[in-house]
Design a protein around this ligand. Structure first.
Ligand code: NAP
Ligand code: ZN
Ligand code: ZN
Length: 347
């Protein structure tokens, strides 16, 4: 094991602090990555504060990891020292179940191994994420980052990018689809960029009036302030597809009203509290409410290649590691444009 500098939480109610964690020595199939940048996902905050009741401490969050390969095991074929590499929300899965064989490792029947806070089958203990100097991951769970993508702004693609790309692809969003993206944060801004690049008509549904100009610059064709009754009226029964990225508790029924007949609302945002949806709100109009979890490894690579082809990266605000607690407070106020990324050289 190698001692590695990191930053993490020791309890749900205390700020993140500098820590030392242990990383395994690379095995034959492992890739060791020096982490250059790590994006800050709202899931990091939900987890470290134990809002989903699944935290284990010390908790080192971070699953939007990019860096440079510093060592590879003897059997590694896909990577060599010096390559750019990315790691998202998963670092392992069973590889044998139907879903794993189909490249849907996020839905592994045995439960995939999350990048942080999951039982670590290889070294024991639990996994630690990207708020750290380096990480060691089986090559099957490491992604290639194209040279034309700036490494810092590419980091959020590893979670915010794939989490929005996957449902857009699954529900065949494209030319002629009227898409509403609910919430303009890390996921939402990637949802706007990706849906627009796929040819859809994109409307930003936001509770923050000051985000209108940015939403349009990111690719939204329309902007609707969700607190304005007149503006909401103009999109009642309008959307084929709503991508709900909101992190806070909110009323799903309100947004189901914006779907047209047979429309689908896909929840990727994961508020702490359960919601109530009367069946009638789905029955009238044959509407669906669905969920989607990140994306599998093949689709994550496909998304990274799509982004490289279309020159899509995240709009980021680069922060120092010691600004993380302040960044979390700003996330809670919807005050991020549009993803915090930690410069790991400041660890
Ligand atoms: P984020 O950057 O904090 O963005 C969340 C956005 O939600 C805010 O910018 C805001 O947009 C809107 N919002 C916040 N509070 C609100 C409120 N009280 N009422 C209405 N809207 C509100 O978060 P993120 O990193 O994009 O993550 C979003 C959610 O997705 C989190 O719950 C996260 O855990 C989850 N997530 C899920 C997956 C998955 O696989 N399904 C993957 C990653 C993250 P406006 O200001 O525009 O309204
Ligand atoms: Zn995430
Ligand atoms: Zn599996």
């Amino acid at each position: 094991m190698t001692s590695t500098k990191a930053y993490g939480g020791l309890s749900a109610t205390t700020p993140l602090v500098p820590l030392t964690i242990e990383r395994r020595v690379p095995g034959p199939h492992d890739v060791q990555i020096e982490i250059r940048y790590c994006g800050v996902c709202h899931s990091d905050l939900h987890t470290v504060r134990n809002e989903w009741h699944n935290a284990v401490y010390p908790c080192v969050p971070g699953h939007e990891i990019v860096g440079i390969v510093t060592a590879v095991g003897s059997h590694v074929k896909k990577f060599k020292t010096g390559d750019k590499a990315g790691v998202g929300c998963l670092v392992d899965s069973c590889r044998e179940c139907d879903n794993c064989k189909e490249g849907l490792e996020q839905y592994c029947h045995q439960g995939p191994t999350g990048t942080y806070g999951a039982p670590d089958k290889i070294s024991g203990g639990h996994t630690h994420g990207g708020y750290s100097a380096s990480i060691v991951v089986h090559e099957d769970f490491v992604l290639h980052i194209a040279d034309n993508l700036p490494l810092d702004a590419a980091a959020p693609l590893l979670c915010a990018g794939i989490t929005t790309y996957s449902p857009l692809r699954h529900w065949k969003v494209g030319k002629g689809t009227k898409v509403g993206v609910l919430g303009l944060g890390g996921l939402g801004h990637m949802g706007v960029k990706l849906a627009a690049a796929m040819g859809a008509e994109v409307t930003m549904l936001s509770h923050t009036a000051s985000k209108e100009a940015d939403a349009r610059r990111l690719g939204a064709h329309k902007f609707v302030l969700t607190s304005d009754a007149e503006q909401i009226k103009s999109v009642m029964g309008y959307f084929d597809f709503i991508l709900d990225t909101v992190s806070a508790d909110h009323d799903y029924n309100f947004y189901l009203g914006l779907l047209r007949t047979s429309g689908v609302m896909v929840c990727v945002g994961a508020p702490a509290q359960p919601a109530t949806v009367p069946a009638f709100n789905l029955i009238f109009g044959r509407k669906s409410i669905a969920g989607s979890l990140i994306g599998g490894l093949p689709e994550t690579q496909e998304m990274l290649d799509f982004c490289a082809q279309h020159n899509i990266v995240s709009d980021i605000e680069l922060i120092r590691m010691d600004q993380i607690n302040e960044a979390y407070e700003r996330l809670l106020k919807s005050d991020v444009k549009y993803r915090f990324v930690i410069d790991m050289s400041t660890l």
